[in-house]
Design a protein around this ligand. Structure first.
Ligand SMILES: [Zn+2]
Length: 292
């Protein structure tokens, strides 16, 4: 299975190069990825689950847009392989994160290397957009002390399951209030002057988790973060074990489905390998330039 792809689509007839890149791989307990229970009821079922999922990607997206380079999430880093990586976050987090997750990250998978091989210097980055504050989405920020990092204000003020001890000491993101509306999403913010990159609140996984929509002339690229582990889960109303609320997550699923009924969408969750295939199909459909 491919772990990265680059397609060239268009925003207002101008070329936009979109790189979907995996910064290594993660496996979780099978009953963590999908569970019929939630909250404390789900806890014993995945804690004592003997089985891990297959290796799943940890995607970031690099968007070379006419207004500058935008990066969505920063992925994982090879330091996570160290035995004591979670130690600073306390005994429970250390035990939980070591026991429930497996990582396979090489130094060359990290975001700084991924940008280097694509000839994108940090100075060209207009902003990094974080979908939420979980470490496998934020650990790569350590390479960007001088770059604008955007976070939904509400997510920053009421995080869920974040490990702030892992943040670099200088981390002080620009907080984005979601005062706009976009299509079915009633909390949104346009991030470009052209109004074609939009941060939308898609809660459930965390209280104020966000997704990022890139509205191209061809279709909407929907970077879904951790709304779900797969498109299938949205279609079947199935949930991971670690949502803040499955009721809230279900309302988000409903909005995403209704958005997708009205707009051609390429749906890309952070950990679904099929995201690459979907983007590839989209490029073929619109005869867009494709690099694998
Ligand atoms: Zn997450």
């Amino acid at each position: 299975m491919l772990s990265s792809i680059t397609v060239t689509l268009h925003c207002n007839k101008q070329a936009v190069k979109i790189h979907l890149v995996s910064t290594g791989f993660v496996a979780v307990k099978t009953k963590f990825r999908e569970n019929k229970y939630s909250g404390v009821l789900a806890l014993p079922t995945f804690l004592f689950d003997k089985y891990f999922t297959e290796w799943m990607p940890i995607f970031i997206m690099i968007v070379e847009h006419p207004e500058g380079v935008f990066i969505i999430d920063t992925g994982e880093i090879a330091d996570v392989n160290n035995r004591d990586y979670f130690k600073s976050s306390g005994i429970i987090a250390n035990w939980f994160d070591k026991k429930q997750f497996k990582f396979s990250i090489n130094r060359k998978d990290e975001i700084d290397e991924q940008l280097r091989i694509r000839n994108i210097p940090a100075e060209k980055i207009k902003a990094i957009i974080l979908t939420h504050l979980h470490f496998d989405h934020t650990d790569g920020i350590k390479y960007f002390p001088d770059t604008t990092i955007l976070v939904n204000k509400a997510e920053w003020e009421k995080p869920f399951g974040d490990l702030p001890k892992l943040y670099p000491p200088w981390f002080n993101p620009r907080l984005v209030p979601l005062t706009d509306k976009y299509d079915v999403f009633d909390k949104a913010q346009y991030l470009t002057d052209a109004k074609d990159i939009i941060l939308v609140e898609t809660p459930g996984h965390t209280y104020h988790h966000c997704s990022v929509i890139i509205k191209t002339d061809e279709c909407s690229i929907f970077f879904a973060g951790d709304i779900c582990y797969s498109q299938e889960q949205i279609l079947r109303n199935k949930f991971p074990a670690n949502n803040t609320s499955n009721k809230v997550a279900m309302a988000t699923y409903k909005k995403v489905r209704s958005f997708a009924r009205k707009n051609p969408v390429v749906f890309i969750p952070s950990h679904e390998a099929m995201g690459v295939e979907r983007l590839k199909k989209c490029a073929a459909m619109f005869k867009a330039k494709l690099v694998i």
